[in-house]
Design a protein around this ligand. Structure first.
Ligand code: KIV
Ligand code: NA
Length: 275
């Protein structure tokens, strides 16, 4: 299995890092078989799987359940699990308790948390205690209520400089990588050049050290709003819909199950049954 050191090495030799979300065993298995470097059990779970309209309602128990499932499907891939909304802000005891659950119960290799400033000290404490931490800057969806919507971040010089300071602070606090979401490509490039740790972009241009996307977006599964920075490589929803409709039709028509799907009694048993 790859480790935090592998990702550092990949940055050094300029090999792009691929990351994708997974939330259940079959999805994680496909992602692992595709050769993805790192799986994210993201709290995007709330939107793409659980049907919420943001990541805010996602709980620690949700994260544990889905991290365990992803781990069963992908036993040989480095898994990062998101710390959900308000699980790393109140007290250090509380934060440690949640991180421990994701690693010990969930089977994750690392945790990811959003923001800088107030969480820098938390990141330092976690990494000092042996918990690998991935940062998340730029558009931080757990703060959607404060940000006032999902918008591009770091568009002016002041906010771009602030992102740079935040990234350096996360690096100094011991983060092993940082996800940077929805920023101008120039900011993605600047952060990647300025940091020694890998910058994994989503909507951050092509010059970051790696890319991350949401599984459901990549395969075109579900009815989710797909932002500009996402590429859907296929669209499985119509394929699924066609199969489901055919099933309905065949059952209604008495075409399914056919002989080949059915079990039979022996003639002898039939005779005994009806006398
Ligand atoms: O929850 C998630 O899927 C994420 C990625 C978009 C980086 O945090
Ligand atoms: Na997330």
């Amino acid at each position: 299995m790859k480790t935090t050191a592998s990702f550092m090495k990949m940055k050094e030799v300029k090999e792009k890092i691929t990351m994708m979300t997974a939330y259940d065993a079959p999805g994680a298995r496909l992602v692992e078989e595709a050769g993805i470097d790192m799986i994210l059990v993201g709290d995007s779970l709330g939107m793409v799987v659980l049907g919420y309209d943001s990541t805010v309602p996602v709980t620690m128990d949700d994260m544990i359940l889905h991290t365990k499932a992803a781990r069963r499907g992908a036993q040989n891939t480095f898994i990062v699990a998101d710390m959900p909304f308000l699980t790393y802000h109140s007290s250090l005891d509380d934060t440690f308790h949640h991180a421990r659950r994701l690693l010990q119960e969930g089977g994750a290799n690392a945790v990811k948390l959003e923001g800088a400033k107030d969480v820098i000290e938390t990141v330092r404490k976690l990494t000092t205690a042996g918990v690998p931490v991935m940062g998340h800057l730029g558009l931080t969806p757990q703060s959607v209520g404060v940000l006032g919507g999902y918008r591009v971040q770091g568009k002016d010089a002041t906010s771009a400089k602030e992102l740079l300071e935040d990234a350096k602070a996360l690096e100094s606090a011991g983060a092993f990588a940082i996800v940077v979401e929805c920023v101008p490509e120039q900011v993605g490039a600047m952060l990647s050049a300025a940091c020694d740790i890998p910058i994994i972009g989503i909507g951050a241009g092509v010059d970051t050290d790696g890319q991350v996307l949401v599984y459901h977006d990549v395969i075109g599964y579900g009815n989710v709003h797909v932002p500009k920075f996402v590429k859907s490589y296929t669209s499985v929803s119509p394929v699924i819909q066609k199969a489901l409709k055919t099933y309905v039709h065949e059952v209604k028509q008495g075409q399914f199950p056919a002989k080949e799907h059915s079990f039979t009694m022996s003639d002898e048993a039939l005779m005994q049954l009806y006398g």
